[in-house]
Every structure is written in structure tokens, then in C-alpha cells.
Design a binder for this molecule. Structure first.
Ligand code: HEM
Length: 398
């Protein structure tokens, strides 16, 4: 029996937990005990992670995968047999079911389509910087900057009223909190689907120039499928980039020479954002896949039915792929990191996330050249209790 269990507790804010970080350079796969007692694997090697994520013999369907976190085991148990799957939530589907949704959406998220959004992202960013200045010192960067930018952008893109943010942000918080009980998660899922289902009815009655209206009018998806698609996009679209902006700023504040490079040298920005994505790897307890048949991965036999969890923060510091990867170096060739995943589920919103960060970090640092923490570092509340890592708040002054 393996002693290794998944953990999100950290000794240092930017480094993976010591318990699993040390495994990175040792072997690509390690025996892992899942929260429901299942004996599966933890992937910490870069080439193994890429291979498994691209392999159709590994499934992402919820009925095959085992949870790594105890609170999630209770949720999985309660959902089992209740037929509470969200149709349209294509992240948890395999091909060819997944392909149908992905194809419908790919056209909406092309590099070109996202480029067209750039001027609007600029406007939103500058408006939030004004709001931050107006809030006065000290201020919480998450509240005034890191959360509202991606939230406003995804709301506009999808056609979700930003005025409703308190509702959907509270549902999304309950879904992502690792300590949420099963009933809380199920309630949040119900509330979110109810809210989005109603919104879709309104879009059907009065279509507007937004992505959800476009999908409604396309006529290929039923309302419950549209609800699941909107659910996935809304949660994935604001929580993730928000945490990169918050945690990324914190990491830059703790690495002043890197901060100066991001602020002063435009040629650093694109790769610098990739390096922040790699170094911080905010998706810290997923993904998980399960073998549909026996598969050998780098000399290890993963048996049919076994689940494989990934530690992307550890994978992204595999010394064989990213030598010296424990430090933040905006000049390091960081391309090829797995922060957006890999294979058929590779992040649909990655270009949008990149645009928000490439605009957001330099704009913030130029507008507030004296930006600094307003509390001692040990008082910054870290999101070790959430499935997406980051800072709960980032008190700053300037
Ligand atoms: C820094 C920001 C982001 C990070 C780190 C991130 C990370 C990821 C990862 C790791 C996956 C793959 C999960 C898996 O394979 O199990 C994923 C999938 C996905 N992401 Fe993102 N994401 C980010 C931003 C966004 C944004 C802004 C959107 C929305 C517009 C978005 C929408 C999606 C969707 C729809 C999927 C599912 C794709 C599929 O199953 O085909 N993400 N993301």
C-alpha cells in the first residue's frame, strides 16, 4: 500500500508542497492513494504527463475517475446514481462526444478572434486601474484588479450580466472550495445551472451580440447542453485568470528584478507571462484521468480502471524539461509548460488568458511603479483551500 496522498498544503507560497515536489526528478509516476481508498498513480514527470494527456486510452469521464481530495470523495459519492450530470460540461467527456462541443466553440476562441478583443481588454484594464487608484491606499488587488478584469471580459464575451456577479461568483466559490460539503456543492451546481438556464431563455427571446446568443441561434445545442457549456466557460473563464493576475503580481513583488523587467522591457512580456504560468501553475490538484485498458507509460504498467492524477506544478518543474525551474526567470524559454493542459482538453481560453495577462501585468506595474505589499508576506492569505491556487487577497500600497 502506498503512503502517498495528494496534498495542497504548502511550506512556501510559490513552491509545490515539499512532500510531492521532491518526487519530480525521481520517477515519472508514483503510487498514490486516492481519497476513496483507490490505489492509482501520481504523475510528476513532464514527458509522461504529456503522453497520458494526449492518449485516448485515458478517460476524463467522472464515472471512471477517482477523487484525490477527501471532501470531493463525499461529493462524488452523493452524485453517483443521482443522474446529476451537467449535459454540455464537455471538460468531463471523451471523444467523440467531447469533439462535438469543442468544434462548436473552437471558432469562437481563435487567436484572431481573441486579438479582436484586445482593445476592449485594454479599456477594461485601464478602468480597473483607475478604480484601484480611487480605492486609495492600501487596497486589495484581488478585489479591484485581479478578479474584475477576467470577470468583466468573460461576462461581455458570453453575454452574462456583470451585475449578477455576486451570485455567480458565490456559486463558483462554493464549487471550487476544497472544503465545501457535498450538499453545498450540489446546491451551488443547481443554483448555477438554474441561473444560466434562465439566462438562456432570455437570450432565446432577445438575442444579443454575444457568444451565448450565437450558440442559441446556431440551433445545434439543446437548452440543457447550452447551460452546461455556459457553466464551464463562466467558471473556467474568470477564476483561473483572476488567480494568475493576483498570484503573479505577488510573485513579481517578491522578485523585484523580474518585476522591473516585466515593467520596463516590452520584449520580456510574452515569454514572461509563459514563465509566470509555468512557475505558478495555479491548477494544483488536477487533472485526473483513468485508464480504459492496461497502458504502459515509461516502463510503468497502469492497469485498466486505475486513476492517474497529475501534479502540474511538479510536472512544470521537472528538471529534465525545465532545468533550474524552481526559480522565476522571465527570460527562461518557458514555452511547452503544461499549465493549460495538453491533448483534446487543452484549455480553450488560453489565448484570452494570455491577452489579459500580457496587458494586465505591465499596465499595473507602469501605473503604480511604487507598488508593494501592504502587509508582511506571511500575512497574505493563500488559496491552499481552493482547487485553483492563488491569493484570497493581496493587500498592496504604492
Ligand atoms: C490562466 C488561466 C487559465 C488556466 C491556467 C487554465 C487551465 C486549464 C487546464 C489545465 C485545462 C485542462 C483540464 C484538463 O485537461 O482536465 C483547461 C481547460 C479548459 N479551460 Fe482553461 N485555463 C485558464 C483560463 C481559461 C479561460 C479564460 C477560459 C474561458 C474562456 C477557459 C476555458 C476552458 C475550457 C472551456 C476548458 C475545457 C476544454 C475541453 O475540455 O476541451 N480557461 N484550462
Amino acid at each position: 500500500m502506498s503512503e502517498l496522498v495528494m496534498t495542497t498544503d504548502r511550506e512556501r507560497p510559490f513552491d509545490p508542497p515539499d512532500r510531492i515536489a521532491g518526487l519530480g526528478g525521481e520517477a515519472p509516476l508514483h503510487r498514490l492513494t486516492f481519497a476513496d481508498g483507490h490505489e492509482g498513480w501520481l504523475v510528476t514527470g513532464y514527458t509522461a504527463a504529456r503522453a497520458i494527456l494526449a492518449d485516448p486510452r485515458f478517460s476524463n469521464r467522472p464515472e471512471f475517475t477517482h477523487p484525490t481530495i477527501p471532501a470531493r470523495a463525499e461529493v462524488a459519492e452523493k452524485l453517483r446514481g443521482r443522474e446529476f450530470a451537467v449535459p454540455g460540461f464537455f471538460l468531463r467527456m471523451d471523444a467523440p462526444e467531447h469533439t462535438r462541443y469543442r468544434k462548436l466553440l473552437t471558432g469562437q476562441f481563435t487567436v484572431r478572434r481573441m486579438k479582436q478583443l484586445e482593445p476592449r481588454v485594454e479599456e477594461i484594464t485601464h478602468a480597473r486601474l483607475d478604480a484601484l487608484a480611487a480605492a486609495g491606499r492600501p487596497a486589495d488587488l484581488v478585489e479591484h484588479f485581479a478578479l474584475p478584469i477576467p470577470s468583466l471580459v468573460i461576462c461581455e464575451l458570453l453575454g452574462v450580466p456583470y451585475e449578477d456577479r455576486e451570485r455567480f461568483q458565490s456559486y463558483s466559490r462554493a464549487l471550487l472550495a476544497l472544503e465545501s460539503g457535498a450538499d453545498e456543492v450540489i446546491d451551488a451546481m443547481r443554483s448555477m445551472t438554474g441561473y444560466l438556464y434562465d439566462l438562456i431563455q432570455r437570450k432565446r427571446a432577445e438575442p444579443q451580440d454575444d457568444l451565448i446568443s450565437g450558440l442559441v441561434q446556431g440551433g445545434e445545442l439543446a437548452d440543457d447542453e447550452l447551460t452546461g457549456v455556459a457553466f464551464l466557460l463562466l467558471v473556467a473563464g474568470h477564476e483561473t485568470t483572476a488567480n494568475m493576475l493576483g498570484l503573479g503580481t505577488y510573485a513579481l513583488l517578491r522578485n523585484p528584478d523580474q518585476l522591473a523587467a516585466m515593467r520596463d522591457d516590452p520584449s520580456v512580456v510574452d515569454n514572461g507571462v509563459e514563465e509566470l504560468l509555468r512557475y505558478l501553475t495555479i491548477i494544483h490538484i488536477g487533472p485526473i484521468r483513468s485508464a480504459l485498458e492496461d497502458v504502459e507509460v515509461e516502463g510503468v504498467m497502469v492497469r485498466k480502471g486505475q486513476s492517474v492524477a497529475f501534479s502540474l506544478p511538479v510536472v512544470n518543474r521537472d528538471p529534465a524539461r525545465f532545468p533550474g525551474g524552481d526559480s522565476l526567470d522571465l527570460a527562461r524559454p518557458a514555452g511547452g509548460h503544461l499549465t493549460f493542459g495538453h491533448g483534446i482538453h487543452q484549455c480553450l481560453g488560453q489565448q484570452l488568458a494570455r491577452i489579459e495577462m500580457r496587458i494586465g501585468f505591465p499596465a499595473l506595474l507602469r501605473r503604480f511603479p511604487g507598488l508593494r505589499l501592504a502587509v508582511p508576506p506571511e500575512e497574505v492569505p493563500m488559496r491552499t483551500d481552493m482547487s485553483i491556487y492563488g491569493v484570497h487577497r493581496l493587500p498592496v500600497t504604492w
